[in-house]
Design a protein around this ligand. Structure first.
Ligand SMILES: [Zn+2]
Length: 387
C-alpha cells in the first residue's frame, strides 16, 4: 500500500461543496466533489451530541491539531475518507450552520455570527492527511487496525467495514436507521442503539445463530435482505404473541436462541400472562430475566429463577435448633444422615459444613421463610438439589 502525506489542504478546502444529509445522519461530500466523506463502510455520524462536535470547533479555534486524517485514493483525483469522517462532518456542519458553539458570554454562536478573524482561523486551519492507495482488502485490513480517534469502532461497525457491499447497505437502511418507525416496537426486546448498529447486530446474530461474520461474508453481494428481515420479524412476532405484556427485563434477552428452542410449542398467552405476573410478584424469584425461559420451558427449570436463599440469621436459628434436638437423640444434625446407616448417622456437622434447604421445594409452593428451612449436610443438599 502506498501512502502520501498531504499537509496542503485546509478546513476551507474540504468544506467546498460540503453536503450533509440530515435524514441519513451522514456527511456526504466535500473537496469540490472529489471527496466522499461517508463511504458505505463508515458508520453514521455520532458526534452530533453538542460535546464532541463542539470540541472539534474549539480545537480549531485554539489552534490545536485535529489529529491524522486518512483518505483512500479510489480513482484519479477521487478520495474517500478512511478515518476522520466524524471530525470532517463536525466542521462541515458547523460551517454550514447546522449547530452552534457557546460564545464567551454563554450565548450560542453560529459560524455566520463569528468575528471575521475567528472565521478565518477555522477556515485556514491546516489538516494533516495521509492519502493511501491499495487494494480493497489491504485498505480494510488497515482500517480495522488503525486507532480511530474519539469513539472506537465497535465490533459490528468493524464487521460492516469488512463486509461492506450491497447487503450491508440494505441491512443498515433497515436496522441502523433511527427514522425507522419499527425501532420503537423492537426496542422492547432489543437493547442498544440503532445508530451504533446494535439492532443490526441482533438481527444478524439471530438469523446466523451467532455466526455473524460468516453470514455477512456469504451474503455480502446479495441485492436483498429478505431472509434477514423475515427471520427477525418472525422472532419479534413470536415474542409479542406469546408474551402479551412488555416488561423491562425482556430487553436484550437471547430471543433468537429462545425462538429456536421453543417456537414450535403452543402457548396460551393468557396463561402465560398470569403466570408471568405471579412470578413477578413472588419474593423468592430473584432473577426476573430467567422467568421467560422458565415459562417457555414448561415451568421446570427453577435454576433459571435463582430462587432466593435463606439468610444467615435464619440458617443460624435453624442450625442451633436442629443440632440441640439431634444431640439429645444421639443422631446426626443432618436429618437425612440421621436416617442412614453409615458412619455419619450420628455425626454432628458444623454450620459451615451444612447448607439451607427448602423442606417443600419452591416449585411445589414452598416459601423462603424459617418454617420451610432445614439444614442439610452439603452432600445431601447437593443430592437433593439435583433431583
Ligand atoms: Zn447428610
Amino acid at each position: 500500500m502506498k501512502t502520501l502525506l498531504n499537509t496542503t489542504l485546509t478546513v476551507e478546502d474540504i468544506c467546498q461543496g460540503f453536503v450533509y444529509n440530515e435524514y441519513e445522519g451522514k456527511g456526504l461530500f466535500g473537496l469540490s466533489g472529489k471527496l466522499t466523506i461517508q463511504p458505505e463502510y463508515q458508520r453514521n455520524y455520532i458526534y452530533a451530541d453538542g460535546k464532541k462536535d463542539v470540541a472539534v470547533i474549539d480545537s480549531l479555534l485554539k489552534g490545536y491539531p485535529l489529529g491524522l486524517i486518512y483518505f483512500t485514493k479510489v480513482a484519479e483525483d477521487k478520495f474517500e475518507v478512511l478515518d476522520g469522517q466524524q471530525r470532517i462532518t463536525s466542521f462541515g456542519r458547523f460551517i454550514t450552520g447546522k449547530f452552534a458553539i457557546k460564545g464567551s458570554n454563554g450565548i450560542p454562536q453560529y459560524f455566520s455570527g463569528l468575528a471575521e478573524d475567528l472565521k478565518e482561523k477555522i477556515l485556514k486551519s491546516p489538516l494533516t492527511i495521509y492519502e493511501c492507495e491499495g487494494t480493497e482488502s489491504e485498505i480494510k485490513e488497515w482500517f480495522k487496525t488503525i486507532n480511530i480517534v474519539g469513539v472506537p469502532l465497535n465490533e459490528q461497525e468493524l464487521s460492516n467495514a469488512i463486509h461492506s457491499g450491497p447487503f450491508v447497505t440494505l441491512a443498515k437502511e433497515e436496522f441502523s436507521n433511527s427514522q425507522n418507525a419499527n425501532i420503537q416496537k423492537w426496542s422492547a426486546y432489543v437493547s442498544g442503539s440503532a445508530i451504533r448498529q446494535d439492532y443490526l447486530k441482533t438481527a444478524l446474530e439471530w438469523v446466523s445463530k451467532g455466526n455473524i461474520d460468516a453470514y455477512m461474508s456469504k451474503h455480502r453481494y446479495d441485492d436483498n435482505i429478505n431472509e434477514l428481515k423475515a427471520y427477525f420479524n418472525s422472532v419479534i412476532d413470536w415474542i409479542s404473541s406469546v408474551f402479551t405484556d412488555v416488561e423491562s427485563e425482556m430487553k436484550g434477552l437471547p430471543w433468537g436462541e429462545l425462538y429456536e428452542k421453543y417456537h414450535k410449542n403452543a402457548y396460551n398467552p393468557q396463561t402465560v400472562s398470569s403466570k408471568l405476573k405471579e412470578l413477578y410478584s413472588d419474593f423468592s424469584v430473584k432473577d426476573r430475566k430467567g422467568v421467560y425461559e422458565y415459562i417457555l420451558g414448561g415451568y421446570v427449570d427453577t435454576k433459571l429463577l435463582n430462587i432466593r436463599i435463606f439468610d444467615d440469621r435464619v440458617k443460624k436459628v435453624v442450625y442451633t435448633k436442629q443440632s440441640e434436638e439431634a444431640k439429645e437423640k444421639g443422631v446426626s444434625n443432618c436429618p437425612l444422615c440421621a436416617l442412614g446407616n453409615d458412619n455419619n448417622k450420628s455425626r454432628i456437622y458444623k454450620i459451615t459444613e451444612m447448607d439451607a434447604d427448602h423442606v417443600t421445594a419452591w416449585s411445589n409452593g414452598g416459601s423462603t421463610d424459617i418454617e420451610n428451612c432445614q439444614m442439610l449436610c452439603k452432600t445431601h443438599n447437593r443430592a437433593k438439589g439435583n433431583k
